[in-house]
Design a protein around this ligand. Structure first.
Ligand SMILES: *[C@@H]1O[C@H](CO)[C@@H](O)[C@H](O)[C@H]1NC(C)=O
Ligand SMILES: *[C@@H]1O[C@H](CO)[C@@H](O)[C@H](O)[C@H]1NC(C)=O
Ligand SMILES: *[C@@H]1O[C@H](CO)[C@@H](O)[C@H](O)[C@H]1NC(C)=O
Ligand SMILES: *[C@@H]1O[C@H](CO)[C@@H](O)[C@H](O)[C@H]1NC(C)=O
Ligand SMILES: *[C@@H]1O[C@H](CO)[C@@H](O)[C@H](O)[C@H]1NC(C)=O
Ligand SMILES: *[C@@H]1O[C@H](CO)[C@@H](O)[C@H](O)[C@H]1NC(C)=O
Ligand SMILES: *[C@@H]1O[C@H](CO)[C@@H](O)[C@H](O)[C@H]1NC(C)=O
Length: 338
């Protein structure tokens, strides 16, 4: 069975995106008063009752004693697409919150098309600031947790959950989809749920695209093949016994998926704008990801069971040099191979 949940209209999306962009001004100053701070405080939060507060954190931290001491800033700039930009932004916020700095970026990049992120400052010129770079693109670098006392610009891909776990409440708020996109995702999921009463819905993100090209393969990008999905589905079924499960598959290559992912519980989402796929999959109960940072963020935002593909970065490849699995994949995520 492979039912399309709902035909998503491209024109509709363009219209809602247009209104989303129009509305962004409003979301720059969100009201967080209803947000409860539930995550446990880590030792990294211990300095947070001094200077460098944003509107958001002030409201979350009523007992703070803000002073007028001059503020140190932490900036960065974007590289890559949405998944990369999310890591860069999250790490900037995480490192700044841990060290009492003001995080900001000059432009919101691609993120602004889907998230109303708030730490944007166009009025600060970072020319002449020291730039601090990473030692590996997906390896936690402890030097970032003890930054020199001056205004700084972070450079790199900064792909480790360890840079921002302590600030995850704020980061999850920042990565809340603009209402128009979330609404469209909710409509797709509601349609699925109405056809599939009481099913657990597992989002499956299948990244193929450029990763299958020869030069990317040689560089070290691995792609999941059919056997990975058989294992991942079996793992989910074993973790959720006696449940009806639907695997909702989204991919940049639907043809490959239909030819290779053969399971009676699969529903394929039509090929679609990345932002909409992102919102749909990250609103699922659990996530199976394959390769790439985009899938990583889908799983992180969904915050259920996360199964990742162990072969994403190939052994003994150039890419493996900067990659440390335990820094990249959060504790509790389950790795499986082909
Ligand atoms: C805030 O700091 C000032 C100056 O150090 C101090 O006098 C004041 O008592 C503090 N207020 C609170 C609520 O801690
Ligand atoms: C602190 O900042 C406030 C608002 O900008 C200002 O009114 C006040 O005079 C400042 N206090 C000191 C001690 O600089
Ligand atoms: C930032 O400052 C530098 C040097 O002062 C200047 O060349 C550059 O145009 C400025 N950038 C912006 C965006 O104002
Ligand atoms: C950091 O940058 C801000 C904004 O440009 C500036 O006001 C502040 O003086 C700078 N601090 C240091 C220590 O350079
Ligand atoms: C699973 O689906 C079947 C058939 O629709 C239904 O009878 C059963 O109650 C469902 N099980 C659960 C746990 O929802
Ligand atoms: C999708 O995958 C098939 C089979 O691997 C391949 O032939 C085709 O070129 C791919 N299409 C795209 C758009 O990447
Ligand atoms: C899947 O990948 C594994 C290892 O990467 C390989 O051994 C296996 O032959 C592949 N299967 C198919 C059907 O491509």
């Amino acid at each position: 069975m492979s039912t399309m949940c709902l035909k998503i209209q491209t024109s509709h999306f363009l219209i809602v995106l247009f209104f989303a962009l129009l509305n962004l001004g409003l979301y720059m100053f969100p009201n967080y008063t209803n947000t409860s701070k539930t995550a446990p405080m880590t030792t990294l939060d211990r300095h947070s009752n001094t200077q460098c507060k944003t509107t958001a954190s002030l409201q979350l931290d009523r007992h703070s004693n803000t002073t007028n001491r001059s503020c140190l800033y932490l900036s960065t700039s974007f590289t890559g697409r949405i998944g990369n930009q999310m890591f860069i932004y999250a790490t900037m916020v995480g490192l700044a919150r841990a060290q009492n700095r003001m995080p900001f970026i000059n432009t919101g990049g691609d993120l602004l098309t889907i998230f109303p992120i708030t730490n944007i400052r166009t009025d600060i010129n970072t020319t002449g600031w020291s730039v601090i770079g990473e030692s590996g693109y997906a390896t936690f670098d402890s030097k970032f947790m003890n930054l020199p006392q001056r205004n700084l610009t972070l450079a790199g891909y900064l792909q480790s959950w360890r840079y921002f776990l302590h600030a995850q409440d704020e980061i999850r708020r920042e990565f809340t989809f603009v209402p128009s996109i979330q609404k469209e995702a909710d409509a797709v999921l509601a349609s699925c749920r109405s056809q599939l009463q009481n099913h657990v819905i597992v989002g499956v993100h299948v990244r193929r695209g450029d990763f299958v090209l020869d030069h990317k393969q040689k560089f070290g990008y691995g792609v999941a093949n059919a056997s990975y999905f058989v294992k991942a589905f079996a793992k989910i079924r074993s973790l959720l016994p006696n449940q009806n499960i639907t695997f909702l598959v989204a991919s940049d290559n639907l043809t490959w998926c239909k030819d290779n992912i053969k399971d009676t519980s699969v529903t394929f989402l039509p090929e679609r704008d990345r932002g909409i796929h992102f919102a749909i999959l990250s609103s699922c109960d659990h996530v199976i990801l394959t390769s790439g940072t985009f899938g990583w963020w889908i799983a992180w935002l969904a915050n259920g069971i996360s199964i990742y593909f162990e072969g994403y970065i190939k052994k003994d490849s150039p890419l493996e040099a900067g990659f440390t699995s335990r820094d990249y994949y959060p504790l509790g995520w389950i790795g499986l191979g082909n």
